[in-house]
Design a binder for this molecule. Sequence first.
Ligand SMILES: C[S@@+](CC[C@H](N)C(=O)[O-])C[C@H]1O[C@@H](n2cnc3c(N)ncnc32)[C@H](O)[C@@H]1O
Length: 159
Amino acid sequence: MRKTVGENGLVVGVDISISMLRYARRIAKKYQNVVLIRANASSLPLKDSYFDGVFHVGGINTFKMQVLAIREMFRVARMGAKIVIIDEGLDPKLRNTKRGQKLLKQNALYSSLPPVDEIKKYSDYLRVEWGILLNKWLAFWPYYLSRSEKNPRSLGHAS
Ligand SMILES: C[S@@+](CC[C@H](N)C(=O)[O-])C[C@H]1O[C@@H](n2cnc3c(N)ncnc32)[C@H](O)[C@@H]1O
């Protein structure tokens, strides 16, 4: 994120957990323009239409207030901003294969789907990609990546 915004941009990282923020702080402390805040994703203490991009990874599948979290992501984004959401999910095309069945048994979250209906309330551009990463523990991590864009459709919803 810091590389993307450069020296003059600002990165604001959000998590509700103090221990997760402490962990992130160890990585972020060398940058002046990376700010970490403790907040609930369903009610962000951040201005409307402020950010050029919103990047969320690894939480939305388990959020009870998924609808509110997505509304907040779009609220804080400026018009035209990119909203990228990544979380666990196995490509539906692979779910009935032998390998797919094995993965689905390993982790119930792999059956998650991207929250497309919710995103479509705020964006008429939406692309979903599916992939499988090999993580540092050499385990497979199937994921979805959704790219959307805040556009005028958002006006009716995000206030
Ligand atoms: C699987 S971890 C992913 C952490 C980090 N985004 C990453 O990719 O390494 C899920 C994170 O969601 C955070 N979380 C859960 N509920 C939240 C909420 N309501 N608001 C903000 N963060 C939340 C947890 O504290 C946890 O750090």
